[in-house]
Design a protein around this ligand. Structure first.
Ligand SMILES: NC(=O)c1ccc[n+]([C@@H]2O[C@H](COP(=O)([O-])OP(=O)(O)OC[C@H]3O[C@@H](n4cnc5c(N)ncnc54)[C@H](O)[C@@H]3O)[C@@H](O)[C@H]2O)c1
Ligand SMILES: CC(C)[C@H](C(=O)O)[C@@H](O)C(=O)O
Ligand SMILES: [Mg+2]
Length: 362
């Protein structure tokens, strides 16, 4: 009897269920090839949670996640729920609480350009010739997203909106360790992003990262202000290996890095807790502009399922097989609309067709 892993499946809203369907087909195919079973339990989250169970993160969903070895998450949010009180909306009512409840402090977002997709990148081909491979490591449970006080106080024109950015030494230390250990396994460079010329959190961040770096003498550490980093990413992305960021800087820079790879629909992510538990989701959102049309790119969701096999289940060979199948399908010219260009060798396909092609090449 092979291994059994329990997966909480939370498709969410917009394109979430469409791309999730393809990732689940890939898990079926992995079950057939490897001696493994993924016991999947579906649960409502986000707008789907509000519509079907009255809240963005129903208790039943939390319990299903607690009983699982990992969470496979689609995306949440959309215009339908944007007028609810902020804390009841899909993002603040479900996604952020999930990150907090499960202690998912380390968000890994690999932005890798597939060789056959260089012309889909928004950068000039000569800038990305030879490809790049960037790993954005984003702190995910602290900073301005979660620190108190937070809210809108007062009345009328006297109202003030308040967000607080706070980082403690242990919070910075643990994410720095993740970044240095990741760098040791790849290009051996960490670029730590901050705004130490303005923010106190960044002054502390830089000091602590420098201290932790002493434990990793084989890794080269550099520092960059976030505004410069945003510019350097589009100027010369190949200079980066691991990019270490606090929560909000990582949110912004990872979307930018995603687009360099051709589309937000290409960027997977792993949100990891201490130990092996993790939540896996595309870095992009529910894409209301294309939802319901069956044309979304499912690759970020499929690669996220691959990251689940790699980081939570230790199935390195199967995870590599998924990455390779995606690369092969792109080499053969299959393209969803977001990465399609009208030129010889490219075939415009829909969500389901590219999913089928990936499975056929697994
Ligand atoms: N993790 C999440 O659940 C998550 C992440 C980001 C945004 N959101 C939410 O999603 C909603 C829409 O936000 P947004 O429009 O700013 O960001 P978005 O990421 O949903 O979409 C931005 C653009 O990228 C495109 N895109 C994204 N994923 C794609 C895919 N797989 N295939 C093809 N194109 C894709 C969209 O069509 C859109 O043009 C909001 O409610 C937002 O809060 C959720
Ligand atoms: C939807 C939103 C709360 C979320 C974030 O800001 O973390 C998203 O943009 C992401 O990158 O996962
Ligand atoms: Mg984001």
């Amino acid at each position: 009897m092979g291994q059994l892993f329990k997966v909480a499946v939370l498709p969410g809203d917009g394109i979430g269920p469409e791309v999730m369907a393809e990732a689940l087909k890939v898990l079926d195919a992995v079950e057939k090839r490897y001696d493994v079973k993924f016991e999947r339990t579906h649960a409502n989250v986000g707008g789907a949670g509000i519509d079907l169970e009255g809240r963005a993160l129903p208790e039943t969903t939390v319990n299903i996640c607690k009983a699982a070895d990992a969470i496979l998450f689609g995306s949440v949010g959309g215009p339908k729920w944007e007028t609810l009180p902020p804390d009841e909306q899909p993002e603040r009512g479900a996604l952020l609480p999930l990150r907090k409840i499960f202690g998912l402090y380390a968000n890994l977002r690999p932005a890798i350009i597939f060789p056959s997709l260089t012309s889909a990148s928004s950068l000039k081909e000569e800038v990305i010739a030879g490809g790049f491979d960037i790993l954005v490591i984003r702190e995910l449970t602290g900073g301005i997203y979660f620190s108190q006080p937070k809210g809108i106080d007062g009345a009328g024109r006297d109202r003030v909106g308040v967000d607080t950015m706070r980082y403690s030494v242990p919070e910075i230390e643990r994410i720095a360790h993740v970044a240095f250990q990741a760098a040791q396994k790849r290009g051996k460079k960490v670029c730590s992003i901050d705004k130490a010329n303005v923010l106190s959190t960044s002054v502390l961040w830089r000091e602590i990262v420098i201290n932790i770096a002493k434990e990793y003498p084989d890794v080269e550490l550099s520092h960059m202000y976030v505004d410069n980093a945003a510019m350097q990413l589009v100027r010369w992305p190949k200079q980066f290996d691991v990019i270490l960021c606090e929560n909000m800087f990582g949110d912004i820079l990872s979307d930018e890095a995603a687009m360099l790879t051709g589309s937000l629909g290409m960027l997977p992510s792993a949100s990891l807790a201490e130990g092996t538990f993790g939540m896996y989701e595309p870095s992009g959102g529910s894409a209301p502009d294309i939802a319901g049309q069956g044309i979304a790119n499912p690759i970020a969701q499929i690669l996220s399922a691959g990251m689940m096999l790699r980081y939570s289940f230790g199935m390195i060979e199967a995870a590599d097989a998924i990455d390779n199948a995606v690369a092969k399908v792109l080499d053969k010219g299959y393209r969803t609309r977001d990465i399609y260009q009208e030129k010889a060798g490219e075939k415009l396909v829909n969500t389901k067709e590219i999913g089928d092609a990936i499975i056929a090449n697994l």
